[in-house]
Every structure is written in structure tokens, then in C-alpha cells.
Ligand binder design. Structure first.
Ligand code: SAM
Length: 288
């Protein structure tokens, strides 16, 4: 549970039971609106460049968005043997779509974002993040992911859950029932990925999230990547699959990725190979 304060000079987010705060000095407030779902603010900051807030919480910044978006896109893309159809639930900033469209074998990418104002604001203020949305393979669907997931069975090869915290209209994306629908929507080699908070603060009880995944998926792993804008920076992600291990590279993609990784800011295959070797605390908090 976080609480944020948007002052004239500083933006602060309080977390870990409001005992810790992170602040970023503001140059200006570039945009502010109340959509049908949430408050949407875009700040220009000295340290991060532009920063997107939803209901006062940090979502995306120029400075570190590539970490989150590259790991979510290229880890599954390097593993899946026949990647065709991808579903992203949430992700209205477009950053994950931008990474998936770099893979020519993908035929369809559905972006199911409940709040189309997030997409429109991101197009204006985060044009690099949204640069993949015009790709002809991309379907931008302003719908509720909780409902959309029920409309497809055995269809998507990769499903990424990139939502806001488990509250209000996002809460339905964190239930056992939803994970069951995700499993059913995935093909036989399906992979699902989601962010899973900070294991040192562990404010939300991360183990229960991974236990829920282990009730559904035979393979459940975790890895970490730093996110300056998230509480405590030490951020974790879940990889869950119907059988494919997260370091079982699709050999035929190695030549392509050897070229692509040179243009990426975080992801490379050497990092990927080591990313799932966890520290003791990461293992104990996630059970991976
Ligand atoms: N990467 C960011 C993070 O980890 O905090 C989140 C990126 S994205 C901006 C989160 C998006 O999830 C928001 O735009 C929000 O509107 C969307 N969202 C929340 N609940 C949703 C739902 N039930 N269906 C579809 N999108 C949803």
C-alpha cells in the first residue's frame, strides 16, 4: 500500500507501511487528468526525465522503463519455439509492445488496457514507449483484462500481466480464477510473466503469489531487475510456463538475438542465462 504526495517541488511516494519514502524533484507537471478509472499525471523530473503516475503511483519513467519492458519482452521471445500470438494485459504505456514487435515471427499482439486515456497520454508524453503501437500486428483493445482472458482458449503463446497494484479494477488480475483463465488461454508451450514486487520489503506477501502460480503452472521461476521508480528498486518478476524452462533458449533465435541485443539497453543473452540463479533471500521469499 503506497501513499503519494505531489508538491510544487517534490513528488514523494511512501510505502512499506508508510515507513519509507522515495522523492523525486519536479521540474514541472506536464499533464494531469481524471479518467474514468484513475488520476493520470505526467511529471517532468530532474532525475528521471518524464514520469507517469496513476492514482499517484509511479508507473513508467524515461530513465528506467527499458529494464522492465526488455525483460518482459525478450525473455519469453528467446524461449518460445514457435512464438505467434502474444497478449499483454495492462501495459497501456506501450513499452512491452515496443519490445515484442522487434521479433518478426510474431503474428499478433493484443494489448488489453482498460483505460484508453493511459494509451493516449502515453502517446503524447512517452512516444518512444508507444512507438510499437502502430505496428500492423498490434490490436489495441480498451477492455477489461479480467473479462477478455475468458474469450480465448489455447490461443496465446505468451501472456504478460502488466497491471497496476491489486486494488479496485485491477484486483481481478490477481485471483486464482484469473490465473486459471490465463492458463487456459495459453497454448501447450505457453509462458506467462508478471511483476512481483520487492522481496526485501515484501509488503504484499510475495510467496502467496508464487504459491498461486505453482498451483497452476508446472514451471514457476523468478528473476530480478532494478527499477528506480519502484519501492526499494530491488524488483522481481515471475516467469511461469506449461513446461518450457526460462533458460532453455530457442537455438534458432540465437543469431537474430546476437544482433538485436546490441541495440538493447538491458537485455542480453548472457544476462538472461544468469538471471534465474537467485540469492538466498530471493529464493526464500518466492519459494523458487
Ligand atoms: N509497469 C507498471 C507497473 O508495474 O506498475 C504498470 C504499467 S501500465 C501503466 C498498468 C496498467 O494496467 C494501467 O494503465 C491500468 O489502467 C491497467 N489495468 C489495471 N487493471 C486492468 C484490467 N482489469 N484490465 C486491463 N488493464 C488494466
Amino acid at each position: 500500500m503506497t501513499e503519494s504526495i505531489l508538491g510544487n517541488e517534490w513528488y514523494s511516494e511512501r510505502y512499506f507501511f508508510k515507513n519509507v519514502a522515495t522523492s523525486f524533484k519536479i521540474k514541472s507537471v506536464l499533464h494531469s487528468e481524471q479518467s474514468k478509472y484513475q488520476k493520470i499525471d505526467v511529471l517532468d523530473t530532474f532525475a528521471l526525465g518524464r514520469l507517469l503516475l496513476l492514482d499517484g503511483k509511479t508507473m513508467v519513467s524515461d530513465k528506467d522503463e527499458f529494464v522492465y519492458h526488455e525483460v518482459m519482452g525478450h525473455i519469453p521471445a528467446m524461449i518460445h519455439p514457435k512464438l505467434k500470438n502474444v497478449l499483454i494485459i495492462g501495459g497501456g504505456d506501450g513499452g512491452i509492445v515496443r519490445e515484442f514487435v522487434k521479433h518478426p515471427e510474431i503474428e499478433r499482439i493484443d494489448l488489453v488496457e482498460i483505460d484508453e486515456r493511459v494509451i493516449e497520454v502515453s502517446k503524447t508524453f512517452f512516444p518512444d514507449c508507444t512507438s510499437g503501437l502502430t505496428d500492423p500486428r498490434v490490436n489495441v483493445l480498451p477492455q477489461d483484462g479480467v473479462e477478455y482472458i475468458k474469450t480465448h482458449k489455447n490461443f496465446f503463446d505468451v501472456i504478460i500481466i502488466d497491471s497496476t497494484d491489486p486494488e479496485d479494477f485491477a484486483a481481478g488480475l490477481f485471483t486464482q480464477e484469473f490465473y486459471h483463465h490465463v492458463y487456459e488461454a495459453l497454448t501447450e508451450n505457453g509462458i506467462m510473466m508478471a511483476q512481483t514486487e520487492n522481496p526485501l520489503y515484501d509488503e504484499y506477501g510475495i510467496k502467496s503469489f508464487y504459491d498461486n502460480l505453482r498451483n497452476v503452472y508446472p514451471v514457476v521461476k523468478s528473476f530480478t531487475g532494478p527499477m528506480l521508480i519502484y519501492p526499494g528498486v530491488f524488483w522481481t518478476f515471475a516467469y511461469a510456463s506449461k513446461g518450457l524452462l526460462p533458460t532453455q533458449f530457442n537455438e534458432s533465435k540465437i543469431p537474430f538475438m546476437s544482433m538485436l541485443e546490441k541495440k538493447l539497453k538491458w537485455y542480453n543473452m548472457d544476462w538472461h542465462k544468469g538471471a534465474f540463479n537467485l540469492s538466498n533471500i530471493h529464493k526464500s521469499v518466492t519459494g523458487c
